[in-house]
Design a protein around this ligand. Structure first.
Ligand SMILES: Cc1cc2nc3c(=O)[nH]c(=O)nc-3n(C[C@H](O)[C@H](O)[C@H](O)COP(=O)(O)OP(=O)(O)OC[C@H]3O[C@@H](n4cnc5c(N)ncnc54)[C@H](O)[C@@H]3O)c2cc1C
Length: 420
């Protein structure tokens, strides 16, 4: 599928990274009549875009760096297999990121992050609808909302400020109890007494299949793909130069860096010190038929979701701030699966496939979308954390505007690479 040692023609825009962000960027640039070439060192969409929870979480506008999260964090951190964990050996490396995370949760910054996230999510919803229709992906999208579940009135009450913030932004939702709750998801454990239903939340059939379908579309429209591990992207006369780790190099008219959690080392030599870290996430995908799931369920108090996919039932989430190098600890997948079996009595837990993925995360929960310090022909599109699938089409639209040199529909200021 991927050719090697192929020269990049100079009128092409090189997109480094063929995850969901790179693929969406390719699609949008092609719609402007631009020639694109993807440069990918692994398989298409085999990074974080492979095994995520598959949600278009347009109403998920609350930054992770929040007063609520800081309240929960100490308890979660005490449990080494809890929803949030930091391997002790990684603490010194991640300390500067954690300090920025704490600063981002202060009231003024928290409110500013919500406002920026709302703008981006509104654009994401419109942009995704367009991309899904135009790229022929409609059959991959489920439109049955999300149900967030609570075990106690106290837990529900603690969530109310977040719902008030969503209400102010005009996001529709409904709190449900009793028969209404049971109707939204039959077979749920009675320990869950309240639910919050967000109807506009969507999920995809399977995030990998969705990304591959988008890849097929961009290839059918004339994109090219090269296998290569990009070591550096630098400004060059009339465009940019790409140096690969095998020593070869090539030129392009411009480049988009969409390398997810691995983007830091490409941005740094361009003068942009971006505090990108990874939030490692885990899951298990059970075979189809493991449970009759009516829609995606969120267990916020336990930090995981259960998603109905065409390929099975995916149980997972969690955040492990452990960097890019440590081996996965699949005890995390197992603990979430065990809880899922208690929350959905009757869930068949056999035959699951475990996965770990690297969310690319900035401390303020906002992505980086902007030009590099070294050249406005090198554009960054990474750092989408928990929302990269959701925000892929909007990011691609904004990147396309940047490369066309025209103003974008929303302000790019909150996403500037030099905001830290
Ligand atoms: C458990 C989990 C659940 C999630 N659930 C959701 C969800 O429900 N909804 C949602 O919106 N988001 C979700 N996310 C987040 C989402 O998966 C990511 O934000 C998104 O996939 C990031 O896409 P990306 O294209 O930036 O990165 P990736 O998909 O990681 O792609 C980056 C690509 O760049 C390539 N690459 C890296 N360095 C180089 C280099 N030097 N040269 C060439 N190629 C390179 C990599 O091989 C990779 O293919 C979840 C993430 C996890 C881990």
């Amino acid at each position: 599928m991927i050719s090697t040692q192929d020269e990049i023609a100079q009128d092409e825009i090189a997109i480094v990274g063929a995850g969901i962000i790179g693929l969406a960027v390719a699609f949008h640039l092609q719609r402007e009549g631009r020639n694109v070439r993807l440069v990918e060192r692994g398989g298409v969409a085999e990074g974080a875009s492979y095994g995520n929870a598959g949600a278009f979480a347009f109403s998920d506008v609350l930054p992770l760096a929040s007063p609520g999260m800081l309240r929960k964090a100490p308890k979660w951190l005490l449990d080494p297999l809890g929803p949030l964990s930091i391997p002790p050996g990684y603490l010194p490396s991640i300390a500067p990121w954690l300090i920025r995370f704490w600063r981002a949760s202060l009231p003024d910054r928290y409110r500013a992050s919500i406002a920026a996230q709302c703008e981006l999510m509104r654009l994401s919803s419109r942009s995704m609808e367009n991309m899904v229709t135009r790229a022929g992906l409609t059959e991959h999208v489920r439109r049955d909302g999300n149900l967030q579940l609570y075990e106690s009135d106290a837990e529900f009450r603690a969530s109310l400020p977040g719902w008030e913030a969503r209400e102010q932004e005009g996001i529709p939702f409904e709190h449900v109890r009793g028969p209404c709750l049971a109707e939204l998801q039959p077979g749920l454990s009675t320990r869950f007494i309240i639910g919050s239903f967000t109807p506009h939340w969507q999920t995809v059939s399977d995030p990998y299949r969705f990304a591959l379908a988008l890849f097929d579309t961009v290839m059918a429209q004339g994109a090219r793909i090269v296998r290569g591990d990009v070591a550096a992207v630098t400004p060059a006369e009339g465009g940019v130069a790409l140096r690969l780790s095998d020593g070869t190099s090539s030129r392009a008219s411009a480049a988009v860096i969409a390398t997810g959690a691995w983007s830091r080392s490409l941005a740094e030599p361009l003068g942009d010190a971006i505090p990108l870290e990874t939030e490692r996430g885990y899951n298990t995908t059970l075979p189809p038929g493991a449970f009759e799931l009516h829609r995606q369920l969120t267990f916020g108090g336990h930090g995981f979701v259960i998603t109905p996919l065409s390929t099975g039932i995916r149980v997972g989430g969690a955040v492990e701030l452990g960097g890019l190098k440590r081996p996965p600890n699949f005890a995390r997948s197992e603990i979430m699966l065990k809880k899922a079996a208690a929350f959905l009595p009757g869930l068949k837990t056999e035959g699951g496939k475990q996965w770990m993925g690297f969310r690319p995360s900035l401390p303020d929960t906002l992505p980086v979308i902007g030009t590099s310090k070294a050249s406005n022909r090198i554009v960054y599109a990474f750092g989408h954390g928990h929302s990269g699938l959701t925000q892929s089409a909007a990011t691609a639209q904004l990147v396309t505007d940047l490369l066309a040199g025209r103003p974008s529909e929303i302000s790019l200021d909150p996403f500037r690479p030099d905001r830290f």
